[in-house]
Write a protein that binds this ligand. Structure first.
Ligand code: PD2
Ligand code: ZN
Length: 304
């Protein structure tokens, strides 16, 4: 459900007096209840409302009255809490008025962003020379991509993923270190909370079917994976080489297609390891040419 934006006058509203006349609509009340049921903390809901133009005072008042009312209804007491509380996630320092973010060594463009799921499309994250250097270092080490075997916590080849890939270890060479430091600054998230960069090559016909990047809490192999660094909370996909046709990164739940463009990167976060994160995404089949990407998965804690 999209966040209703602050507006001036609508029907069936309560008004919060003395706070600039912002209307608390039924639509807003339903949205607040849905966020609470999805497990988002009051702080996260408040920030979301403020980002949509609601004043802090109106937002707090609306949250308090709405949630008090919802909790006083008997059905609310019987609803199971299916979701864990949301984890902290990287928050790129977007300034609404500025189309770029300066990292210590490169000015990165902010091309588009989405609030739910939190997603940012960045341009000029890496130079052509940096993309080429990553591809050349990765090329001799590529092999058929594996996916996490959720039963055991190990890895296995899977028909859903027909690319070839390899992992760099963190800080493995100068270009890898430079890109990692840049992403850490861009996303405001420590380098040591990230896995090593994974490079993937997709040839024509190769794809990555829609999936979530977090580890499914219900799978028996997950606890052993989480022992090292906790959950994945965000992903950055850096495009190293663009195919001539196909290969978009797709977010089916929000109808978004990101065209793979050399040097661009798409970042998205998922504070909860649950489909309510709306972070379902996939790599559409490459139709012509090759697509190369470098993916960085960000963890809750130090990943070593
Ligand atoms: O290559 C992609 O577009 C893609 C799509 C979905 C990559 C990943 N997931 C990933 O690396 O997790
Ligand atoms: Zn993915």
């Amino acid at each position: 459900m999209a966040m209703p934006t602050a507006r001036r006058k609508v029907k069936r509203t309560a008004w919060c007096s003395g706070v600039g006349e912002q209307a608390v609509t039924e639509e807003l009340r339903s949205w607040i209840v849905a966020q609470a049921r999805a497990g988002f903390s009051p702080d996260v809901v408040l920030k979301s409302m403020q980002a949509s133009g609601w004043s802090e005072e109106v937002a707090l008042h609306a949250m308090q009255t709405t949630l008090e009312q919802a909790l006083s209804q008997p059905s609310a007491h019987h609803e199971p809490h299916a979701l864990p509380g949301p984890a902290a996630v990287p928050q790129p320092l977007l300034r609404g008025y500025s189309p770029f973010i300066d990292t210590p060594d490169r000015r990165v463009q902010v091309l588009a962003h989405l609030r739910s799921p939190q997603l940012v499309l960045f341009g000029s994250v890496a130079s052509d020379a940096e993309c080429n250097a990553l591809m050349e270092a990765a090329r001799p080490r590529l092999s058929r991509s594996l996916t996490v075997a959720t039963q055991s916590g190990g890895e296995e080849a899977h028909v859903d993923r027909t690319s070839e890939g390899m992992f760099f270890s963190r800080g493995e060479n100068e270009v890898v270190s430079r890109i990692e430091a840049r992403l850490a600054a861009l996303l405001n998230w420590p380098i040591d909370h990230g896995e090593g960069l994974q490079v993937l090559r997709y040839r024509p016909g190769a794809e990555y079917k829609p999936h979530y990047d977090y580890f499914d809490p219900k799978e028996p192999g997950t606890p052993s994976i989480l022992a090292r660094g906790g959950q994945r909370v965000a992903t950055v996909i850096l495009y190293l080489h663009q195919p001539t046709a196909g290969g978009d990164t797709v977010f089916p739940e929000v109808g978004l297609h990101v065209a793979p463009t050399k040097g661009h990167a798409v970042f998205f976060s998922y504070p909860q390891a649950h489909p309510a994160s709306h972070s379902l995404h996939g790599g559409a089949p490459v139709l012509e040419g090759e697509k190369w990407i470098a993916t960085k998965w960000l963890r809750e804690r130090v990943f070593d």
